[in-house]
Design a protein around this ligand. Structure first.
Ligand SMILES: C[S@@+](CC[C@H](N)C(=O)[O-])C[C@H]1O[C@@H](n2cnc3c(N)ncnc32)[C@H](O)[C@@H]1O
Length: 366
């Protein structure tokens, strides 16, 4: 098989020939983030109906509208400060940012006035796409290529699942080697004292914790709450699941379930507190039940009749989006939402009002 970007495939082969089998984390880093030819860094990644897979964001603008309301509540929690930053990492084409900004501009003008939206984007080609999408909010949005200090909210949707992992299990580690020109897994006994399997994700927690002065980190992703790393890889291209990460290298997405427990333990050791953990179904239901007006869009300058016609259409569209986001067999159960917090006050955020105790959900010891 071993198909994909010819230059990238050849580069990976030559590195393995020079240095021997490489960890899967290294392979995944090249396949997704090689500076020129990776699936994300090259800008080849396509999300949505015509792309490789759907995300909460590509379902429609409702996801950003619901999260915008949650961010506005956080601003209130922080004492309606004059300067609050929403930091987003993994912003793809900027759609989520636009959905949030459009919504809070209408629903929460005081919050909109106080906020700056900061996209952390290391890849120039993605920055350019985001700038085009966010043309109408040029004054509000800034770009950085790495995290900087902030007070406010760090948000990500499906960022952690795309971070490189080592494949470890039963005292062994799977490396990527070659059989002729073909990539193969090579198993080796696990050497003691090596890095965690998800070092990239844990490093990310360290960086976010170091840069967050006050506020919340909200991460939405698919993962599991048990204490075992399951090491399941998902390889997706054009809405098909591929059997092997060695198919369509640089043209396919590779992800793994997020290991929430280790993320939270690392956050706690960095002085963050867990402020909520729920599946997406419960999280979004908490938001919708707190602010039901979010499900009633209205056109500007409308007459009674145009309102009726418009609302019938909006209703259908919103219902469809809501169903996809909430339904347990669609995205509602597969995704979880975690909130981490620093110096921001105790009451639960609206999104977690139906959530259970996060520490017992995650099997964390007091
Ligand atoms: C699965 S996509 C999700 C895109 C988008 N959030 C959505 O839900 O449609 C993962 C994104 O995370 C980005 N990413 C991964 N590591 C990153 C990092 N360290 N800094 C910023 N973006 C990163 C990738 O480039 C990619 O755009």
């Amino acid at each position: 098989m071993n198909t994909g970007s010819p230059v990238l495939v050849e580069f990976i082969r030559s590195e393995i020939r020079k240095h021997g089998p490489q960890s899967f984390a290294w392979f995944m880093q090249q396949a997704l983030y090689h500076p020129e030819h990776g699936y994300y860094s090259s800008g080849r990644c396509a999300i949505g109906r015509k792309g490789d897979y759907f995300t909460n964001v590509s379902v429609g603008s409702l996801f950003g509208q619901l999260l915008g309301a949650q961010f506005a509540e956080i601003w209130e929690r922080l004492g309606k400060i004059d300067d609050i930053v929403i930091v987003e990492q993994g912003a793809h084409d900027g759609q989520f940012a636009r959905d949030v900004l459009q919504s809070v501009q209408k629903r929460a003008p005081g919050f909109f006035e106080a906020l700056r939206y900061r996209i952390v984007e290391p890849f120039p080609i993605l920055q350019q796409r985001q700038q085009r999408t966010l043309e109408g909010f040029r004054e509000k949005v800034e770009w950085r290529d790495s995290l900087q200090p902030f007070v406010g909210v760090h948000f990500s949707n499906e960022l952690l699942d795309a971070m490189p992992v080592r494949l470890i299990g039963d005292g062994k580690e799977k490396f990527v080697g070659l059989d002729g020109d073909k990539f193969v897994f090579v198993e080796r006994p696990l050497s003691q004292g090596k890095d965690a399997f998800n070092r990239a994700a844990l490093d990310w927690v360290d960086q976010v914790a170091a840069n967050l002065h006050r506020g919340y980190v909200i991460a939405v992703d698919y993962g599991h709450s048990g204490d075992e790393f399951q090491g399941n890889l998902h390889v997706r291209a054009q809405h098909r699941h591929l059997d092997s990460p060695f198919d369509q290298i640089g043209y396919a997405d590779i992800t793994t379930h997020v290991h929430w427990q280790s993320i939270v333990e690392r956050a706690q050791s960095n002085g963050l507190r867990i402020a909520g953990f729920a599946d997406q179904h419960h999280f979004l239901t908490g938001i919708v039940s707190t602010w039901p007006d979010l499900l009633q869009a209205r056109p500007e300058n409308s007459t009674a009749l145009s309102n009726q016609v418009f609302n019938a259409g909006v209703d259908r569209r919103i219902k469809r989006q809501l169903q996809t986001l909430l339904h347990p067999e669609l995205l509602g159960r597969a995704f979880q939402v975690i909130a981490l917090e620093k110096d921001s006050g105790a009451p639960r955020l609206a999104g977690f009002k139906f959530g259970r105790d996060p520490k017992s959900e995650l099997g964390l010891i007091e």
